[in-house]
Design a protein around this ligand. Structure first.
Ligand code: APR
Length: 232
């Protein structure tokens, strides 16, 4: 019997209950940092040490936090469903909770790559260690965070689009749906796909008959769906 295919599309709100700041909530990251200075490819040529420090601080913080109940519910669903997690988050909390199929649209904080390009063979795992000016990739260029910055393409969009178009259920959790092309993913859902949107705030997305809004935090909303899926 084919197992139900669930695509989880997560954003920063997924990790909020683990103690990681979101971007656009009040006092979010973009209230405290200039996004153009720390997260845009054009800044890498002029602000390398500032950018390295910004991600070093986030990587150090990541070492001190843990997955929350919402991450664990998603990981446990792998026992009964084919689950693909498509996350905009650069943290590793889905993996640390036990999810085994995670697509990172915007990169991964615990990896680094060459400044000459995000060529797969030059990607290395750095765990929670800093990247400092002068740390070089194998190709001799300055090592950089393996993050998709504004102004760069999103190489994983193809895999993500496939997962969404194959899904029977899509759960959107903890994203303001304001950043593209990630926010376009919803348009690749098949017509009869059940879509749930979990967020404590009201998120204006395309009105679609299939979207059920659960206006709760991630762990509460996912727990409600866990009970709902059990009885099906
Ligand atoms: N549970 C669920 N959702 C929450 C919680 C929570 N505990 N707390 C906040 N949220 C919701 C907010 O209401 C908001 O809708 O999470 C969302 C966070 O939105 P953003 O801060 O915009 O984060 P995100 O949508 O992931 O941003 C997308 O923007 O800056 C880029 O690359 C960055 O990946 C990021 C992208």
């Amino acid at each position: 019997m084919n197992r139900k295919r669930i695509a989880i599309f997560s954003g920063a709100g997924m990790s909020a209950e683990s103690g990681i700041s979101t971007f656009r909530d009040s006092n979010g990251l973009w209230d405290n940092y200039n996004v153009m200075q720390v997260a845009h490819i054009d800044s890498w040529c002029v602000n390398q040490s500032l950018m390295l420090q910004f991600y070093n601080e986030r990587r150090q913080h990541l070492a001190s936090v843990s997955p929350n109940k919402g991450h664990r519910i998603i990981a446990e669903w792998e026992k009964d469903f084919d689950v693909t997690v498509i996350t905009q988050n650069i943290d590793n909390l889905h993996e640390r909770a036990g999810s085994s199929h995670v697509i990172h649209l915007h990169g991964e904080l615990t990896k680094a790559c060459s400044s000459k390009g995000r060529d797969k063979k030059h990607i290395i795992d750095i765990g929670y260690n800093d990247i400092l000016p002068g740390d070089l990739s194998v190709d001799g260029s300055q090592l950089r965070p393996f993050i998709v910055w504004f102004g760069e393409d999103v190489p994983e969009m193809g895999n993500a689009t496939l997962a969404v178009s194959n899904a029977n259920v899509i759960i959107i959790v903890g994203t303001s749906m304001q950043v593209y092309p990630a926010a376009n993913l919803i348009h690749f859902a098949k017509a009869n796909t059940a879509i749930y949107l979990i967020d404590p705030a009201e998120i204006p997305i395309l009105p679609s008959a299939n979207v059920e809004v659960i206006q709760e935090k991630a762990s509460k909303g996912l727990a409600l769906l866990k009970e709902r899926f059990k009885s099906k």
